[in-house]
Each structure stands twice: as C-alpha cells, then as structure tokens.
Design a protein around this ligand. Sequence first.
Ligand SMILES: *[C@@H]1O[C@H](CO)[C@@H](O)[C@H](O)[C@H]1NC(C)=O
Length: 201
Amino acid sequence: MASLTDFINLSSKPLLWSAASIFFNPIFWNIAARTEHRNHFLTRIFGGAYNGCYVLAVIIFSLGIYRDHLYQLALEDQPFYAPVYQPVIGGILFAIGSVLVLSSMWALGVTGTYLGDYFGILMDAPVTGFPFNVTGSPMYWGSTLNFLGVALYKGKVAGILLTAQVFVVYWFALGWEDPFTAEIYAKRERERAKKQGGKRQ
Ligand SMILES: *[C@@H]1O[C@H](CO)[C@@H](O)[C@H](O)[C@H]1NC(C)=O
C-alpha cells in the first residue's frame, strides 16, 4: 500500500527552510518599504531616494535568489513521485512565468519593480501595456508559475505544496500592498489637482 512518505517528506529540514523564506521575503520587503515611506530611513542612510531604492532592490533581489536556492534544496530532499512528473507542462509553465516576470521588470524599470513609489519615486502614469494587460500583478503570478513549473519538471509533490504557499502569501501581500500604493498615487493626484486649482485663480 502507498504511504504518505512515498510522495512527500514533511519532516525535511530543507522543506521548512524553504517555507520560511517564502513567508519571510514579502513580509520583509513590505515592512522595509513602509518604514521607508514613514521615516525615509533608507533615503537618509544612502543619501537619496534613488540610492536607497537601489540598495533595497539589491537586497530584495538577493533574497529572491536565496529563496529559489532554498526551494531547489528542498526539492532535492524530497521523493520523486511519477504522477506529478510533467516535464513538458512544467517547462511551459516556467517559460510563461519567466516571460511575465521579466517583461514586467522591463516595463517597470528598477525603481518601479522594487517599491520606488514608497521612496516617492512615482511613475508618471500607470503601466497598462504587456504584461499588465494580462494580469494586474504579473510579477507575483509569474513567480508562482515558476515555482509550479519547477515542481512538475522535477516530479515533486512538496513543490506543489510550496507553490500553494507562494500563492497564498502573494495573495495576502497584494491585499496589503495594493491599497497602500493606490493611496500614494491618489495623494499625488489630489496634490496635482490642488496645484491646478491654484493656477487658475
Ligand atoms: C497585451 O498587449 C500586447 C502588446 O501590446 C498584445 O500583443 C496582447 O494581445 C495584449 N493582450 C491582451 C490580453 O489584451
């Protein structure tokens, strides 16, 4: 008879580390960005909003690389399970995810990708072209697809479980971030409207 341990090893340490990093990253960048927005500590430490944002970008990017590394280690420590071994579908999902992630970075630029709005580096207008005409959050859903793609490519049930965690964590992160950034831009619109009104008088 098949047992649970045939397709998943829940007592794996690397699995726990991977899950921890999936939780940690979005929490870290949201807290860092909100703190910056409140007191501009990064702008002050690094002598300018752009410098601060670039430093945060390097940190977030590195944490992302490390999270991916921990994910690889976690999957290596898991049993292979043939029914979820779907290398072609996995490869396609990974390719789609990568297109979404890379094209949104390209469309947003460094400061747009890495929370520049919290530093007061606002975009002139919302980006509406590809991939933002496919989904409002191409970076998050692209990244989720990458996790799923790797899980299927390697035939690891635990990878699918970690992907579900990525999905849920990003879902909450979006619910936390979107209203906050929307308010940053709404505030600018109010200030613009005020200036326009002032000019007319
Ligand atoms: C999104 O924009 C791209 C490039 O402008 C276009 O080729 C594509 O068909 C659009 N997709 C949707 C779903 O509108």
